[in-house]
Design a protein around this ligand. Structure first.
Ligand code: ADP
Ligand code: MG
Length: 729
């Protein structure tokens, strides 16, 4: 009974920090040790082979079979020295997370018999068949064509995890449909490269390549393992479905600034040590707003690589946390009433000449380029705000965005005071006023001065889902459990499409005889006016903003199954097909997977909640009620002349009866609603039914269960309480 909970609490309280001895002085020795990076390649391969791999990465050239064989054999030797006995194609199916199927290196040496050798050929490195039918595919493949294949992505280095050589791959069906997150990401990166390079060439003929950069910030909670084990809801759904707020939660805001508890510091040190072995440059670590909530972030990098690094870190975090007696929670809202967790995606574009396209420059020409990219990003987000929201929407992130607590499920852009002023000046000027050429044909911009360094920490609006932060945009609406891919596919795609539109609009004005600078200026001026509705500098968490945003025509939908539809709108399909990122069929198939995942998550929560209510909460409450009734009877015997109905015991008994009766009735109704929902057509209909008619019961049931938690004797309560889950280290 209650004992289990107390035992877990006591053990958690007594746990000492497990210190790790990460060697501090020889970073060189272990940094990137488990990654087949350039350094490792040059130890195992001839320079011309390393060059061929570099070309494949840079220019998308295919490696010929001989080279692939040589690379595979070198990779195997390298991996074996690190203890690997198996290899796997490591890919990112539509379930978020990663998937792998381990194969050992052994092969028969000639005829089947007693003798085996270890081998790894180029063919196995480059492509592998995989049974696609066991991964979500939204019906893209007909059942008789259940095969798909994974294909090596040389732009993300192979790595050794445990005893396995992991080879990052894309996952596609034999009909050519993509079945994963990486393939469309690579396509979107190529689209934005192409479109941005063309626009950059208006300013600088030397640009031949534009790279998308990503720096993620991973928020997470840590919970003591023993306590976690006694909360079935945390174990099964990743969040607490019940639990009354602790008297103290985050109101003192002391956690954010406080020292990191020693058990957690040791976990973080250990994690950094592990991450460095995978060449993941973790840079910052700190407490977050909620108790037991933390954040870590690496130095940003090329988007494809950075996405993979985030996935690797998430799996390292789970593993390392257990070494320290913790469980790590990636759920966006594991605890009601305290802050949720996000994964802020810092995004920028940069040229091969080393210019950050969201970074203010030194000269007027550089600044015109900077403003061009900034305004195009603003416009892209405006036009596709519904799609960007769909890219971060999920059953779990819905508890963080658009639920009872801020922030709302509305995408707006914050630019800061200085950039807002610059845009207003452009909007109010004519190109003749603004663009002045002196005798040497040097341009000066009549727009407000743009300081070279805009990275001003005081000018941060933490309530904005999409904020300009001086040299990049920070997409804050992304959920902590999500892969960054989905958001980055959408972001790079909308930017690519927008930049192509920009180029076309400028070309039209050039054909009418405008100068290049005037044409650029005039187009930007128009875009600033068009995108005004998405530009918002105020408090994104306020009620007024929600009303205002809807008036401005921004997408204000809060139902997740509905939000997903933005992927298959005419506008989105046209854009994705135009860019070659997704076909219409793929978009529809992916939405089927999204609806199915949504439904399953709610189904699991519904069952868990019913189980907890009927098998934990109600029995405990009734046991306590029984004790009270006992006491009422004894009271009557002891004081036969007194009015027994006014006794405290009698009052409590009534309260318990009210709550347990309501609980039982609500669970029954919820079960019926779930059965009706499950009878709907699969896909959108079913997801919608779960959202509309099952989900609302969660809060109702919770309110009665949480009320009982406040009434029932603490000693009888079996589930660890918020104050225990959130404050013990
Ligand atoms: P803050 O808490 O102020 O948002 P952090 O230091 O926690 O900042 O995280 C910022 C993230 O943004 C880091 O991963 C950092 O490397 C990344 N970053 C910095 N500059 C850029 C850039 N130009 N493009 C993409 N990411 C960037
Ligand atoms: Mg941060």
């Amino acid at each position: 009974m209650g004992n289990l909970r107390f035992k877990a609490v006591e053990e958690a309280f007594r746990k000492k920090a497990v210190s790790v001895s990460a060697p501090a002085n020889n970073l060189d020795e272990y940094y990137g040790k488990y990654v087949f990076n350039k350094k490792a390649m040059s130890r195992y391969l001839q320079p011309d082979i390393v060059q061929a791999i570099g070309d494949a990465v840079q220019h998308g050239k295919t490696l010929d079979a001989n080279v692939a064989d040589i690379v595979a054999s070198a990779m195997k030797r390298w991996a074996k020295e690190l203890g690997a006995t198996h290899y796997t194609h490591w890919f990112q199916p539509l379930t978020e997370g990663t998937a792998q199927k381990h194969e050992s290196f052994i092969e028969y040496d000639g005829e089947p018999g007693d003798k085996v050798i270890e081998s790894f050929s180029g063919k196995l490195l480059v492509q592998q068949e995989s049974d696609a039918s066991s991964f979500p595919n939204g019906g893209t493949r007909s059942t008789f064509e259940a095969r798909g294949y994974t294909a090596w992505d040389p732009s993300s280095p192979a790595f050794v995890m445990g005893d396995t050589l992991c080879i990052p791959t894309i996952f596609i069906s034999y009909t050519g449909d993509t079945l994963d997150m990486k393939a469309p990401l690579l396509k979107s990166l190529s689209a934005v490269n192409k479109a941005a390079t063309e626009v950059c060439r208006m300013f600088d003929a030397n640009v031949d390549h534009v790279v998308s950069y990503l720096g993620w910030e991973q928020e997470y909670f840590l919970v003591d393992e023993g306590l976690y084990a006694t909360r079935p809801d945390l174990m099964i759904t990743g969040r607490t479905l019940l639990g009354h707020l602790s008297a103290k939660n985050q109101q003192l805001e002391d956690h954010y600034f406080g020292a990191i508890p020693s058990r957690v510091t040791e976990f973080m040190k250990d994690l950094e040590f592990e991450a460095y072995k995978y060449a993941i440059p973790l840079k910052t670590r700190h407490n977050e707003v909620a108790p037991n909530q933390f954040e870590l972030a690496p130095i940003y990098g090329e988007t494809n690589l950075s996405v993979d690094q985030n996935l690797i870190v998430m799996s390292l975090m789970k593993r390392v946390a257990r070494r320290h007696g913790f469980r790590v929670l990636f759920h966006e809202k594991p605890f009601a009433g305290v802050n949720g967790s996000g994964k802020h995606c810092n995004w920028s574009l940069g040229t091969n000449t080393g210019v950050g396209l969201f970074t203010p420059g030194k000269t007027a020409a550089q600044n015109l380029q900077f403003v061009t990219f900034l305004v195009n990003a603003l416009t892209a987000v405006y036009k596709h705000n519904a799609l960007l929201k769909a890219s971060i929407a999920s059953a779990t992130n819905a508890h963080r965005l658009g639920a009872n607590e801020a922030p709302p499920a509305i995408i707006s852009v914050f630019l800061g005071k200085q950039m807002s002023e610059v845009l207003e000046t452009i909007a109010g000027a004519t190109s003749e006023q603004a663009i002045v050429l002196d005798e040497k044909k040097k341009m000066s911009l009549g727009i407000a001065h743009i300081p070279e360094v805009l990275l001003d920490n005081t000018d941060r609006n933490r309530t904005s889902p999409f904020a300009f932060t001086g040299n990049r945009f920070e997409f804050r609406a992304v959920g902590s459990s999500a892969s960054c891919s989905s958001a980055l596919i959408a972001l790079n795609s909308v930017m690519a499409e927008q930049l192509m539109q920009f180029k076309a609009d400028v070309d039209t004005l050039l054909a009418k005889g405008k100068t290049l600078q005037q044409a650029i200026f005039d187009v930007l001026k128009e875009y600033i006016a068009v995108s005004r509705p998405v530009h918002f500098e105020g408090n994104g968490y306020s009620d007024e903003w929600q009303q205002e945003a809807c008036k401005r025509g921004l997408d204000c939908e809060t139902s997740v199954p509905e939000i997903f539809k933005a992927y298959t709108s005419e506008q989105s399909v046209k854009m994705f097909e135009h860019l070659g990122v997704f076909s219409k069929a793929e978009l529809h198939a992916r939405n089927e997977v999204k609806w199915e995942t949504y439904t399953k998550k709610l189904q699991i929560e519904e069952r868990m909640l019913a189980d907890l209510t009927v098998n934990h909460i109600i029995p405990i409450a009734l046991r306590y009620q029984n004790m009270l009734l006992d006491s009422v009877t004894k009271y009557q015997i002891a004081f036969p002349n007194r009015d027994k109905s006014s006794s405290l015991e009698a009052q409590l008994t009534d309260q318990i009866a009210n709550h347990t009766t309501s609980l039982f009735a609500l669970v029954k109704e919820m079960n019926e609603a779930a059965a009706a929902a499950a009878a709907c057509a699969e896909g959108y209909e079913m997801a919608k039914a779960y959202h509309d008619s099952v989900l609302p019961y969660f809060a109702k049931i919770r309110s009665h269960a949480d009320a009982l938690e406040l009434i029932v004797d603490d000693e009888m309560w079996t589930l660890p309480k918020y104050r225990e889950l959130l404050f013990i280290h």
